[in-house]
Every structure is written in C-alpha cells, then in structure tokens.
Design a protein around this ligand. Structure first.
Ligand code: GDP
Length: 467
C-alpha cells in the first residue's frame, strides 16, 4: 500500500503560523519546550442542528486544527460569514478560517460529494489546501445510497427519517468488515477489486430485494477514479497528525456532528444516527487517547428542534410551533425539510450534560425566543405511572409516554440585536440563562444571539471559552 502523504502537515501549519518555513526546528526541541496541549470537543447537546457550525467557526479563530470525528454528509453546518452563507457537509467548519481541517477515521465519506464540496469552496475563494482525510475513514458508495433510499421506502410508516445519503448502510458495512476505506482509493487496482467483490453481493440485494438497477463495475471504477485523483493528496495519517499538533502545543478542536440524543448507543434508538456523536467518541473517531481531551463544550439551542421521526416530549402543539420555526428558520441544511420545534427540555439537557461530561454549555438562538411573552421550560417528565422525574428515562416506553412538566419563565419581548455583554441583555433573558445554568449545574460560557459570527455574548470573556 502506498505511504500516506501529508503526515507532517501540522509542522508546516505551525511553522506558517509562527512565520517560519516548515521543519526549521527539530521536533524533539519543539515538544520539550511546549509540551502537550489538551483538545476541546464541541458536541451537540440535543437532536443536532444546535448551531455548532457557528460556534466551531468562532472558536476556530484561535485554534490550529479542527477535526470532524464521526458522521457523514447528512450533517450540514450553516455558517454566515460577512453576509455570505456557507453550507458545509463533510469539511470541518474551520476551513473558512484557513485552518488545518481533519476528517477523522470515525467519519464516512462520500467521495463525489466531498469533491463537489471542495470545488464549491474553492470557487468561492476558500482554500481547501488544509483538508486532510483519514485513510481509515470509510467510503459511502453508490450502493449505500441506493439501499438507504430503498429501505426507507420499504419501511413506509416505520421509516427512521434518514437523509438517504447512504450513511447508515456504509456504517453497517464497516461493522460487518466489508467496507471500502478512503485508503483504498490510493491504489486503483485494489479499488477495482473491492468494487468487483462488493458488487457481486450488492447487485443481488439491489435487484432482488429493492428492485433497483444493478451497478456496473466499469462505470463505477471510472467515476471513482476521477474523485480519487482529486482526493489522493488529502489522504493522511490523521491520528499521527493530530497527536503531533497536540505535542507541539497547538490547539485542536474536535467537532461533533448531529447531537447527543441521536447517539447510536445512548440516543432515542432506533430514531438515531448510525455513529456516536457523544464527546467520548471524539477520541476514537480521531485516533487520540481520552486523556488528551479535557474540555467539552455542549451546544444547545434555547429551545429544541428535531428532524425526522421519533418521540419528542416538548414538541409544541399549535401555532406557536410554526412561529418558532419561522423565526428560527428551522429547515434542514441538507434536505430543506421542516424541523419539528419544541420548548427547551432540561430533562434531556441534563442527560446530555451527564453523557458528555460537559464542562460548559453554549446556548444558541436566544434571539428566536424574543417574540414570546411567556416561555415554557420543561424541568421534569411525568411518567405513565404518575410519578415525576428530572432524569431522562432509561426505558424507551417511559420516554415515549413522558409528559413534559413546564415552568413558565417571563419573556423579554425586545430585540437582542447589538448585545455584546451580559449586561446588554434584558433582565428576563439573563434570568432565562441563569435558570438553565442552575438547573443543569453547568456554566453557560457563550450565548448566541444571531446567526453572524460576532453575535455572541461571552459572560466570562471569549478567551475563557476554550482556554
Ligand atoms: P449545526 O449543524 O449544529 O451547525 O446547526 P445548523 O447549521 O443546522 O443550524 C443552525 C442555524 O442557525 C444556521 O442557519 C445558523 O446560521 C443559525 N444560527 C446559529 N446561531 C444562531 C443564533 O444565535 N441565532 C439565530 N437566529 N440563528 C443562529
């Protein structure tokens, strides 16, 4: 197998940052002076779409490396920068700040979509030279996409509500040890052999079970070779690259996709994603030890949204849902479909604090609640046996039948435009934030009050958020 290129990329990045040409100081000298630097995880604390992209984009300014550790192109981050909107699917949000951006081993990559995303960024003047893709990440192949769509169709009413991008089937093949990995694109011969083996089985499945046209090895190999040519220079040993960055004292952000309640193991199964968004998975997904992570920022909206099927206790019933949806522009980044909207669920958020070992919370979209005179916040669930609990139910039937118990907090009914510090926020908005903090026992380190990067309030200063 050909050796990966680019493993020394962090040295070049660090040298660029310090204004030195690459490799001018021996590695041992640098490590002894700087020592290892801990990494920060940014994780979605709800059902995804919490506004993580904006927060990563903001914190990336002071970081050197930004990594995605799980998920595929279903995760869409929307970032508004100088009035321009960027929708990212594969590439970490740090790309807009010119950072080294890693797609880790825990991700699944659709080569065609990744190439299109890289080209799209380049066309808009964003350099993608800093993108590195782990050779161990798995590839989403056309049969995964076809099977995803076909099985959702077959499930009918029981469908999971996937984005039909082939992500689940690609992870399934990874677990079954029949997946094709990014490193396989380095050798066209190996890649072709793998296509032949895979299609011998997948075509039977496509034709017999899903009544879908079979795929041609020749056509597929040609199409993939075009992508491979473009992607080969970005394939790297990203575990080594991130380790070196940390040893050199660089700041590394590990960016999760989706959110806690969509975690394959701990989320609301089966209405979950096919990987582990939880902060604990950041270590395996990137290939570093858990001891290298010491800060976990959970990102939660000031209300809740959910895409697709599945139980949602605080879902708003009635016209206020539409109002939240419109004010918050709650339509999917990847699919454009309407998101279901609900009031803030502190039972679920407490669960997210616990599962992620959250060190602080980022509350986004507080501005969206400015329109409401009273804001319900769910602090407990009433279970089918009539008892109330502040802990997330361990049994799915309890969760499915949980009734939200609300406390009503006063709204502020005034714009949050121009708020730069906590003192600029209306008293009721400050009250809302401190209610959340007290209930969860976690500090709110950042409050987002608008889509643009500068529309944030950092109660203890921006520097302290990722220090
Ligand atoms: P992500 O996947 O977690 O990054 O979330 P999405 O990108 O799907 O959704 C976040 C959306 O909310 C994007 O359109 C952002 O531009 C927008 N956004 C982020 N923070 C705020 C905020 O504080 N207020 C408002 N109004 N919009 C925000």
């Amino acid at each position: 197998m050909p050796a990966f290129e680019n493993t020394g990329a962090t040295e070049d990045a660090a040298s660029r940052r310090r204004g030195r040409p690459g490799g001018t100081r021996p590695h041992s000298e640098r490590s002894s002076k700087l020592g290892p630097m801990p990494a920060t995880v940014i994780v979605g604390a709800q059902w995804g779409d919490e506004g993580k992209g904006k927060i990563v984009d903001l914190l990336a300014q002071d970081s050197d490396v930004v990594c995605r550790y799980q998920g595929g192109p279903n995760a869409g981050h929307t970032i508004v920068r100088d009035g321009e909107t960027f929708k990212l699917h594969h590439v970490p949000s740090g790309i807009l700040s010119g950072k080294l951006c890693v797609v880790g081993a825990g991700c699944v990559v659709d080569p065609g979509l990744l190439v299109a995303e890289l080209d799209g960024l380049e066309e808009r003047g964003v350099s993608t030279a800093g993108v590195r893709v782990s050779g161990n990440a798995h590839l989403i192949m056309p049969w995964h996409v076809a099977i995803d769509s076909a099985s959702e169709r077959r499930l009918g009413k029981l469908q999971i509500g996937t984005t039909r991008r082939g992500i689940g089937p690609a992870y399934a093949d990874k677990a079954a040890r029949i997946g094709i990995r990014v490193q396989d694109i380095l050798d066209p011969k190996i890649l072709r052999q793998k296509f032949e083996t895979a299609l011998a089985e997948k075509n039977v499945l496509l034709e017999r079970m899903h009544s879908v046209e079979p795929l041609e090895v020749e056509e597929l190999a040609e199409r993939m070779e075009e992508c491979a040519v473009r992607l080969r220079p970005s394939v790297a040993d990203t575990s080594l690259l991130v380790d070196r960055a940390l040893r050199e004292g660089q700041r590394v952000l590990l960016e999760g996709a989706q959110g806690t309640l969509l975690d394959l193991d701990h989320g609301t199964y089966p209405f979950v994603t096919s990987s582990n968004p939880l902060a604990g998975a950041a270590a395996t997904g990137v290939g570093i030890g858990p001891t290298r992570i010491d800060r976990v920022l959970g990102v939660a909206k000031a209300y809740v949204t959910r895409v697709g099927e599945g139980p949602f206790p605080t879902e708003i019933q009635g016209p206020e849902e539409e109002r939240v949806r419109d004010l918050g522009a709650e339509y999917g980044t990847t699919t454009g479909r309407e998101r279901r909207c609900g009031w803030l669920d502190l039972v679920a958020l407490r669960f997210a604090v616990r599962l992620n070992g959250m060190t602080s919370l980022v509350l986004t979209k507080l501005d969206v609640l400015s329109a409401f005179a009273e804001i319900p916040v769910c602090t407990r669930y009433r279970l089918p046996d009539g008892t109330e609990t502040a802990e997330f139910p361990a049994h799915q039937s309890d969760f499915h039948h949980a009734e939200p118990v609300y406390e009503s907090l006063p709204g502020w009914r005034t714009t949050l435009d121009g708020a730069e510090s906590l003192a600029d926020l209306p008293a009721a908005a400050r009250g809302y934030v401190s209610f959340v903090e007290k209930w969860l026992g976690v500090e709110v380190s950042l409050i987002s009050v608008g889509a643009e990067r500068e529309r944030v309030v950092a109660p203890h200063g921006l520097a302290s958020v990722a220090e």
